[in-house]
Design a protein around this ligand. Structure first.
Ligand SMILES: [Zn+2]
Length: 266
């Protein structure tokens, strides 16, 4: 507990405690199973606007227009707005950042077993991560509602912009849906189970850039610590599990993660 107080004091100075960076690097090197959970803070560092915060995407767009029931009842209108939202979210030059790259490096060097992500932008894969569990799907894919076939979303968006409303599957003519969890849809069961297994198995659990305020993200670090994992939280603001974190960095993910990678004694 004293460490948390100490960390808060450090955060007030806007610095990152080098001794704690070293300690996290050592913990990663010593662990058998390491898992990272990533949230919006990892994407915003790539220029992707936050959805939930004030002035975020849901201030500009009505969430009701992106509900699964809306998709089912009026896929034309759904896709028409979806293209506008995609432009608002990803219209800039979006690239993976140093936090994505640091996690990919840890995985390639055998120190990270899985990235569980709440993000749908596909930037972990772009940065080179391979063991990725996407809790909310991936906006760079579409899925056919009829035959379940998944394909690249880019050519489909082009077709929508060219007037194909709604876009349809090349194989079975079913209506295509962004391969993301829409409001009113269940999380993918397999992804959720795999995430929970990784959390229970983890010796070190890194919670990175997530407010940890929505399920299932909120319960994964709790599950990990119940199983004895060392919890490391990297987030600009306090989280509901900050008090049980062994190391907490209230700092930018693009500074903390590369510093940890740098500090590992390879
Ligand atoms: Zn199909």
């Amino acid at each position: 507990m004293s460490r948390n107080i100490e960390q808060s004091a450090v955060a007030c100075d806007g610095g990152i405690d080098g001794a704690d960076i070293d300690a996290v690097a050592t913990a990663l090197a010593d662990a058998d199973h390491v898992v990272a959970l990533t949230g919006a803070g990892v994407s915003t560092a790539s220029g992707i606007p936050d959805f939930r915060s004030e002035g975020g995407i849901w201030d500009e767009f009505d969430p009701a227009e992106f509900h699964y029931s809306r998709f089912k009842s009026d896929p034309e209108a759904f896709w028409d707005r979806r293209i506008d939202m995609h432009e608002a979210v990803y219209g800039g030059d979006i690239e993976s950042n140093r936090a994505h790259e640091a996690l990919a490096t840890l995985e390639h060097r055998g120190l990270l077993d899985a990235v569980i992500t709440q993000n749908i932008d596909g930037l972990h894969r772009e940065a080179g991560s391979e063991s990725i569990i996407e809790l909310h799907g991936n906006a760079e894919r579409v899925v056919c509602e009829q035959c379940g076939r998944r394909t690249d979303a880019r050519p489909v968006r082009d077709r929508v912009e060219a007037g194909e409303l709604p876009p349809r599957c090349d194989t079975c003519d079913g209506v295509l849906k962004p391969d993301v969890v829409l409001f009113g849809e269940q999380l993918p069961r397999t992804a959720l189970q795999r995430a929970q297994e990784h959390a229970r198995e983890a010796d070190v659990f890194l919670a990175v850039g997530s407010s940890l305020s929505v399920e299932p993200a909120a319960s994964l670090p709790r599950s990990a610590t119940r199983s004895g994992a060392t919890l490391v939280v990297v987030n600009l603001e306090e989280t509901p599990v900050s008090a049980s974190a062994e190391y907490e960095f209230r700092a930018d993910v693009t500074e903390v993660l590369p510093a940890v990678v740098e500090s590992v004694d390879w």
